[in-house]
Unconditional design. Structure first.
Length: 735
């Protein structure tokens, strides 16, 4: 066969294969294409805080992320640092990424500049999609003597907090597959998420608003550049603002003509992706979530919150029917939580002297550590240590909780279990630091850093906790109790009948913040207009927002408010905590977190003010990570300038005794049961002994009484006989 015929045969074969086997465009194919946006973007990752290096060898790592939808053009890092004035010896700086070194430089003290900087490109072939580690290492000496530089506090270098990593990229153009979600509706171009937009009908239903708030919560969870600041628009405002890309949630009857489509089953929910009909611009999409059944709208949002389902939707349309199992599988956090469950791998520490690793973990907001909680680590370490000086120490929130001396006989299989002390237990945030003191026997201070000795902590190490429920409602635990065990906890938000797009956006931000604590899509969140209430407030934890004029349920609850409105609901009146003056009393917002008056087992958050603008502005304190930490207690007063006063009105509720028993570990419960059984058996034995002794005593007394009675009768009869015989003498029968 000639070469020409071979080429023709190969071309025909390729054409046949293409027609027989449909090609799927995967993310990898998209990433390698030139199908990208023309606009350039820069994403900056700052170190954040100054880091001090001391001694000969020092290092610090921080992390940057490469999104799968970025076509990376270049990455560079700018390292800013200051040096001690005594440096006249060799000092070096090494930069590596993902444990691969790519840049080294000798550095000197410069008396003309307090802060020096190095700016260098990071090779693209060393970078991976997802998380990347940038490490800065230094070698610094101010003496030729061994050991001196390791302990001399004058030997320092400071890595400045404004050191940074800049990623230059273009966004990749998305196709219409639903599996791309949340891209391109939520992008990580910069710190601003305000371009993300959810659209609902002008005359929206409660179900459509509920779906929008739930979706906003999910965006708050997955957005890792700070607080989510997306918008919720009514349809007319969406068009007027000229925002032409977003997510539309509605029903078939109100679907605008330009995005309408036919459906045979309007009760099921349809998820559909289309190119935006409002503007001819690249990467502008509309995601349509449409159903006449409000419950199915929620089901569709929960489907989009389930990554395991979303990645399978390689089509521009998907019908969410009732048979779909959309809810997440829940991890049981009630007892043993391994480091692996927390998302950490093995901790591998290398090098001599003190080596540390840090793990951060947050309990659900409605939980706190309980009596008897423990941390247990499994570890291995070098055999060549100086075991007289080798030690492992565990810290929680910078407080040491215990140490253990390392032993040569256990170097391949050692463990340490510590009870978490009482003073740690009020926090639901835990920063674990595991520190090893590693020194080699008879070692001479080295001028080089090696990988010996070493210590390794297994990711099968765990936290063992009963996770007590938080029983008091305070803003320090917000969003508990509305979020419980990382899901919505029967949360009902009661809103005025008619809200503007600005109102909807600010309320949406509150639920975007609450979403930070979500891990699962299983809970219940429902929004309802106050005129539609039909007793739902009695069954749920409730959040009530609005002025008394716009949300009349607040008038009904005025007697339950700690800061009550006056008779005309135009201002607040004074109480024992705060004397209010005019006009200040009419220009404040009040937050109250308390037990629901409709159900003592549920909670209530009231957010109210006589002034709509002041009320809307005050929501910043419930939607901002920096603001929320200014709140504490159970009552808050915020003025028109954002100044706040916080109060603790109600006394703490102590949990019942049985709840303390309920959180005990199985081993402790077993010991307690045995002790109780011993007490019960002892009590029963004592009662039986007492009854037996009492019975015997009564029997003996009865016999004695009977004998005495018989003797008395005999004595009396004898006397009768004696009285009848005068010449006989009386005989004492008792002798």
């Amino acid at each position: 066969m000639s070469n020409h015929k071979k080429r023709l045969f190969l071309i025909l074969l390729i054409i046949i294969i293409i027609n027989i086997i449909p090609l799927r465009v995967k993310a990898e194919t998209i990433k390698n294409s030139n199908n990208i946006e023309k606009e350039f973007n820069i994403k900056k990752y700052n170190l954040g805080n100054d880091v001090s290096f001391k001694g000969v060898f020092s290092s610090h790592s921080w992390y940057f992320k490469i999104n799968e939808w970025w076509n990376v053009n270049s990455v560079y890092t700018e390292i800013k640092f200051s040096l001690n004035q005594l440096l006249d010896k060799e000092t070096y700086l090494l930069i590596s990424v993902n444990n691969k070194p790519f840049y080294s430089q000798k550095i000197y003290y410069d008396n003309k500049s307090e802060v020096q900087n190095i700016k260098v490109n990071i090779p693209k072939d060393m970078i991976v999609y997802g998380s990347n580690e940038l490490k800065v290492e230094t070698y610094s000496r101010i003496s030729d003597l061994p050991c001196v530089d390791d302990v001399n506090t004058a030997n320092w270098i400071v890595l400045k907090g404004d050191s940074n990593i800049d990623v230059n990229f273009n966004n990749i153009l998305a196709d219409n597959n639903i599996s791309n979600f949340p891209y391109p509706y939520l992008k990580e171009n910069n710190e601003d998420s305000s371009s993300t937009c959810i659209v609902i009908p002008n005359d929206y239903t409660d179900g459509e608003l509920s779906a929008a708030l739930l979706l906003n919560s999910y965006f708050g969870k997955i957005y890792d550049n700070g607080d989510f600041r997306g918008k919720i628009y009514k349809y007319d405002d969406f068009i007027d603002q000229g925002v032409y890309s977003g997510i539309y949630i509605g029903n078939y009857e109100n679907l605008p003509s330009e995005i309408s489509f036919l459906s045979d089953n309007k009760e099921n929910c349809t998820i559909k992706t289309i190119n935006s009909p409002y503007i001819n611009k690249e990467n502008m999409k509309m995601l349509l979530i449409v159903s006449n059944d409000d419950n199915n709208l929620i089901k569709a949002i929960k489907t989009l919150m389930n990554k395991e389902l979303v990645y399978q939707l390689e089509s521009d349309i998907f019908i969410v029917d009732k048979s779909l199992e959309e809810e997440n599988k829940i991890l049981d956090e009630s007892e043993k939580i391994t480091f692996k469950d927390m998302g950490f791998n093995e901790l591998n520490l290398k090098g001599e002297f003190r080596r540390s690793a840090t793990l951060n973990y947050s309990l659900p907001k409605n939980r706190k550590l309980s009596s008897g909680d423990k941390i247990k680590i499994f570890m291995r370490y070098s055999q060549n240590l100086d075991f007289d000086r080798a030690l492992v120490t565990i810290y929680i929130n910078e407080t040491p909780i215990g140490s253990k001396k390392l032993e040569k006989e256990k170097c391949n299989n050692d463990e340490l279990e510590l009870v978490i002390p009482e003073d740690i237990k009020e926090s639901n945030y835990m920063k674990f630091k595991i520190t090893f003191d590693l020194e080699i026997l008879n070692s001479y201070c080295e001028k080089r850093q090696g990988e010996m000795p070493w210590a390794l902590v297994s990711n099968e190490s765990y936290l063992y906790t009963g996770l007590n429920n938080v029983t008091n409602y305070y803003f320090s635990n917000y969003g508990s109790p509305f979020i419980k065990d990382r899901m919505y906890n029967d949360t009902l938000v009661i809103l005025p009948d008619d809200l503007t797009s600005e109102d909807l956006t600010e309320i949406g931000k509150v639920f975007g913040y609450l979403g930070k604590d979500l891990h699962y899509n299983n809970g219940n969140l429902k929004a309802i207009r106050n005129s539609n209430l039909k007793g739902e407030e009695k069954e749920n934890n409730i959040i009530i927002y609005g002025t008394p004029e716009k949300n009349t349920i607040i008038k009904n609850l005025n007697n339950y408010l700690w800061f009550k409105f006056n008779d005309t609901y135009s201002k607040f009146i004074s109480n024992e905590k705060l004397f209010l003056t005019d006009p200040f009393s009419s220009k404040i917002s009040v937050f109250q977190l308390d037990v629901s008056p409709y159900n003592s087992q549920k909670a209530m958050l009231i957010i109210t003010s006589p002034n709509e603008k002041i009320l809307r502005d005050s929501l910043e304190y419930l939607s901002s990570s920096s603001k929320i930490y200014e709140l504490n207690g159970d009552s808050v007063v915020i003025d028109e300038y954002g100044n706040i006063k916080t109060y603790k009105i109600k006394k703490d509720i102590e949990p019942p005794t049985y709840s303390k028993v309920a959180v005990l570990k199985e081993k402790d419960k077993g010991i307690l049961i045995i002790m109780v059984l011993f007490l019960v058996f002892g009590l029963i034995s004592g009662i039986l002994y007492y009854l037996k002794y009492k019975s015997l005593s009564k029997g003996n007394q009865s016999v004695q009484n009977k004998n005495n009675s018989n003797k008395r009768i005999i004595f009396e009869k004898t006397n009768v006989y004696k009285k009848g015989t005068k010449e006989e003498t009386t005989k004492d029968f008792f002798d």
